[in-house]
Design a protein around this ligand. Structure first.
Ligand code: FE2
Ligand code: FE2
Length: 139
């Protein structure tokens, strides 16, 4: 019997992945200026990785007998400059790292090794994304 609390956590993470996918795609379309255009591809690349995360989570939720949500979490749409976009996205990624760390602990406590492994693999990508946006900001 799958752990309902763990399925709920995976669905919350999926909702968030769907949201950041749209957030970063928005930044890919809207970024302007020579510096922005040079970095537009990075926003797109990260957005596509987030879409893959959303799909991997859906497959796992389905396997566990849950219903994968198609509802994105709310996401910020105010950023207009490159640095505002990168700051917003860095904050989203730092939050993702915290949420995945907590979910890994939860999967571990539920004794679900496969879910834990999936979450660990996604966490590695989120740490890379923190690095991507920090570099964009010259941090
Ligand atoms: Fe992600
Ligand atoms: Fe990410």
């Amino acid at each position: 019997m799958a752990d309902q609390a763990l399925i709920d956590t995976l669905n919350d993470l999926r909702s968030r992945e769907l949201a950041v996918c749209m957030q970063y795609m928005r930044h890919h379309y809207l970024v302007t200026g020579p510096e922005g255009l040079a970095l537009a591809g990075e926003f797109k690349e990260v957005a596509i990785t987030e879409m893959k995360h959303a799909e991997e989570l859906a497959e796992r939720i389905d396997f566990l007998g849950g219903d994968p949500t198609s509802k994105p979490a709310p996401f910020p749409t105010a950023a207009t400059t490159l640095s505002e976009m990168a700051e917003t996205d860095l904050a989203s990624e730092e939050e993702a790292v915290e949420l995945y760390r907590a979910a890994i602990k939860q999967a571990d406590e539920a004794g679900d090794v496969t879910t834990r492994r999936l979450l660990e693999s996604i966490l590695g990508d989120e740490e890379d994304h923190v690095d991507t946006f920090q570099r964009m900001l010259g941090k």
